[in-house]
Write a new protein. Structure first.
Length: 391
C-alpha cells in the first residue's frame, strides 16, 4: 500500500516536471525609481532552456545595477554560470537567488574567478633552451637506469630458466624465429640485391677512372660481408620486428594481459621477452650472411652486364680477395645487433602506461633507439677490429 502511494505521488508530480522542462527561460529589464536598471531572469535556468536567450543576453548593453533571480525557476550549473558571468560583466550583484542557486554560484565563483592567465607563463629564450636541454639529459639518465633495470630482469629470468629448463617456451622461440627471420627473407633479399647493384655501379664508375674496374669485386665482396650486409639487415629488422615487438607488448600492457599473466604466476619476461631476444640473436647472423650473399649476387649480375666480368668469375674471385675474418666480423656483429634491436623493442613496449597514443610513441622510440645504437656500435666495431688487425 505504501509503495502504491509513492507511485501515485510521483505520477502526480510528473506533469509539473514535464512542464518545468518545457518552459522557456526569458529575461526583462526593469527600471527602478532612481533610474537604475535591473536584469530580471525568469523561467527555468537550465541547460535545456538557457540557450534560447543566450544571444539576446550577449546583446544587452548599458548599465545594469542588479541581476535579479527572484522570478527564476530551477537553476542548474549552466544557469548559475550565466547569472554569475552577467554579474561579472556588468559589475552588478546577484539578488533574489534561492539557496540552491546561491550554492552553485558560490562554487562557480570559487573555481572560475578569471584571475589565472590565459597563456601558460614561459621562461625567456635564454633560460628556456637550457631548461629543455636539462630535461632531455635528465630523461636520458632516467631512461638508462630503466634499461639497466630491464636487463637485470632479463638476466634473472635467464638464470631461472637455466635452473628450470622445463619452463623455457621452445614453441614461442620457433614462432618468433619464423616471424622475424623466415618471413623477412623476401624483403631482405630485394633490399640487398639492389644495394649490391648500387655498390657495384658506383664503385665501377670511380674505379674506371684509374683503369681498376676489376677491383669492383673487392669492393662489393668486402663491403657486403663486413659492413653493409649485417648493418642493413639490422636496420631492416629494427623497423620490421623491433617495432612489432614494441606494439605487441605495448598493446598487451594496455589491455592488462601482462598484469593477468603475473596474476596467474607467469613471468612476462620468461614468456614474452626472452623468446624474442633469443630469436633475434639467433636469426640476425644468418640474415646478415644471407643479405651479404644476395648483395654479392647483385653486384655480380651488374658486373656481368656492364663491366664484362663473367658472373661465375666474379663469384670465384670473391673467395680470393675477401679474407675469412671479414666473414667473422659480420657473424660477431649479428648477435650483438640482434640483442640491441630486441631489447629496444621489448623495453619500449613494456613502458606503455596510459593510452593507445603511447603505443605509437613507444613504437617509434623503439625503432629510433635501435637504429641509433646499431650505428654507434657499428662504428665501435670498425675501430675495434682495425686495432686487432682485422681491418
Amino acid at each position: 500500500m505504501e509503495g502504491a502511494c509513492r507511485v501515485l505521488a510521483a505520477l502526480a508530480d510528473f506533469p509539473h516536471e514535464v512542464a518545468t522542462m518545457r518552459a522557456a527561460a526569458d529575461f526583462l529589464i526593469e527600471t527602478g525609481a532612481e533610474g537604475s536598471a535591473a536584469l530580471v531572469l525568469t523561467g527555468p535556468l537550465l541547460v535545456s532552456s538557457i540557450g534560447a536567450i543566450d544571444r539576446r543576453l550577449r546583446a544587452v548593453d548599458g548599465p545594469i545595477s542588479a541581476i535579479d533571480l527572484s522570478r527564476a525557476g530551477r537553476v542548474d550549473t549552466v544557469g548559475a554560470w550565466t547569472a554569475w558571468s552577467l554579474s561579472q560583466r556588468f559589475g552588478a550583484p546577484i539578488t533574489g537567488a534561492s539557496a540552491e542557486a546561491d550554492r552553485l554560484i558560490a562554487a562557480i565563483s570559487a573555481v572560475d574567478d578569471n584571475t589565472s592567465p590565459v597563456e601558460r607563463p614561459r621562461l625567456p629564450v635564454l633560460l628556456r633552451v637550457p631548461e629543455h636541454v636539462g630535461l632531455v639529459v635528465a630523461g636520458l639518465g632516467q631512461g638508462m637506469l630503466l634499461v639497466l633495470g630491464f636487463l637485470g630482469q632479463v638476466i634473472l629470468a635467464s638464470g631461472t630458466l637455466l635452473r628450470h629448463p622445463g619452463r623455457f617456451r621452445l614453441r614461442a622461440l620457433v614462432h618468433q624465429m619464423e616471424l622475424m627471420g623466415v618471413n623477412a627473407l623476401a624483403i631482405i633479399a630485394l633490399m640487398s640485391f639492389l644495394v649490391g647493384i648500387v655498390i657495384a655501379q658506383q664503385g665501377a664508375v670511380q674505379l674506371r677512372q684509374f683503369g681498376a674496374e676489376i677491383y669492383t669485386v673487392n669492393l662489393v665482396g668486402r663491403l657486403s660481408l663486413r659492413e653493409l650486409g649485417i648493418l642493413m639487415t639490422a636496420i631492416m629488422v629494427a623497423g620490421r620486428s623491433g617495432s612489432a615487438f614494441a606494439a605487441q607488448l605495448g598493446t598487451m600492457k594496455l589491455t592488462e594481459e601482462i598484469d593477468a599473466m603475473r596474476t596467474i604466476g607467469v613471468s612476462p619476461i620468461e614468456a614474452l621477452v626472452i623468446p624474442r631476444l633469443l630469436a633475434t640473436m639467433l636469426m640476425m647472423p644468418l640474415l646478415g650472411i644471407y643479405s651479404a650473399s644476395i648483395g654479392i649476387i647483385g653486384g655480380a649480375a651488374l658486373s656481368a652486364l656492364t663491366l664484362g666480368i663473367p658472373f661465375f668469375t666474379f663469384l670465384s674471385r670473391i673467395q680470393e680477395v675477401v679474407p675469412l675474418h671479414d666473414v667473422w666480423v659480420g657473424l660477431i656483429k649479428g648477435p650483438v645487433f640482434g640483442l640491441i634491436v630486441a631489447t629496444s623493442g621489448c623495453f619500449q613496449g613494456l613502458q606503455v602506461e596510459s593510452d593507445a597514443e603511447e603505443v605509437g610513441t613507444r613504437t617509434t622510440a623503439a625503432v629510433v633507439m635501435a637504429i641509433f645504437m646499431v650505428i654507434v656500435l657499428d662504428a665501435f666495431f670498425a675501430v675495434f677490429f682495425s686495432e686487432i688487425g682485422w681491418g
